[in-house]
Structure formats: structure tokens, C-alpha cells
Design a protein around this ligand. Structure first.
Ligand SMILES: [Mg+2]
Length: 165
């Protein structure tokens, strides 16, 4: 099982068109919780400006969320005018497969952006999609992610060290 992201960034806002072009990425599956929306359901500042650049570069985006909270998901999907898949059951393959269909492009051209190794990264890697891990927006994670975070931090330490070599 590959638990390592292809790319690790502080925020989705750091993901540039240049980086996407360099990796031949033409489509993005974007996670919601702690990736673009905080635990108070606030959308991160700068998301619209970021998305405008991505869209102008011809990169297609969809939302891929494990959440069942449609109002929250739609607050982002309506704002950016992009489609969404809720209850995606990441890291299972089914949601990613629906996402690939929705984006209507080759796997090699698709990246997944999310804040969790156990759902976003592992799922993307299993489906052979480009995986991008971002730092979670909130220090204070949603209760159900809490138990996993210390393990993820250990993995990231290892990842950083192996990249330093
Ligand atoms: Mg998340």
C-alpha cells in the first residue's frame, strides 16, 4: 500500500498552474473538509481567486467529499460552479471511479487534493491518480479524524526525511 503523496503542500492555494502543467494534470478532485472548508464551515480566503487561475488554464475541477452535509458541499460547489460527489467513501475506489467518469479524462491527467493520508492519498494512489496532500486548515480537527492525525504526522516526518536525503 502506497501511503505517500506525490506532492505535499501547505495549502491548496499553493497549488500552481505551473505545477499542474509540469505533471500533466488536467483535472482535479478536491476534498472539502479541512482542505477548502474549516470546521466552522467557512470557505478559506482566496479560494475563488485560486480557482479562477486554475479554470483559466483549462483545468477541470470537481468536489469529491466523504461528507453527507449537502448544504456545506454546495456552498463550495455553487460558488465555484463545479459539480460534486458526496458520500464518496474514500479511500474505497468507487467514489474515485465516479470522479474519473465525471471529469471524463484519462487517469494520468487527474490529481486528488486532500488533507488526509488515510482517505485522500491512499485512495488516489490505489486508483493510480496523482495524490496531493495539503495541511489541514484547522489545528482542531473534526472528531473523527483526530485518532488518525498522530499517525499521519509520523508518516510525514518520515516522508520529509526521505526527501531531504
Ligand atoms: Mg478532508
Amino acid at each position: 500500500m502506497n501511503i505517500y503523496p506525490d506532492l505535499y503542500l501547505d495549502s491548496i492555494l499553493e497549488l500552481s498552474v505551473e505545477t499542474l502543467n509540469k505533471n500533466n494534470i488536467k483535472g482535479l478532485m478536491i476534498d472539502i473538509d479541512n482542505t477548502v472548508v474549516d470546521t466552522e464551515k467557512n470557505i478559506i480566503d482566496g479560494l475563488e481567486d485560486w480557482y479562477k487561475k486554475i479554470k483559466d488554464a483549462g483545468i477541470k475541477c470537481i468536489i469529491l467529499s466523504n461528507s453527507s452535509k449537502i448544504a456545506k458541499i454546495r456552498s463550495v460547489s455553487d460558488k465555484l460552479e463545479i459539480p460534486y460527489i458526496s458520500l464518496a467513501l474514500k479511500p474505497l475506489k468507487s467514489g474515485f471511479k465516479r470522479g474519473i467518469k465525471l471529469l471524463d479524462m484519462d487517469k494520468e491527467n487527474i490529481a486528488v487534493v486532500g488533507d488526509q493520508i488515510f482517505t485522500d492519498v491512499i485512495g488516489a494512489n490505489r486508483c493510480k491518480l496523482f495524490s496531493i496532500l495539503v495541511k489541514p486548515i484547522n489545528e482542531q480537527d473534526l472528531w473523527y479524524t483526530k485518532w488518525k492525525r498522530p499517525i499521519e504526522n509520523k508518516i510525514l516526518e518520515k516522508y520529509k526525511k526521505s526527501n531531504e536525503k
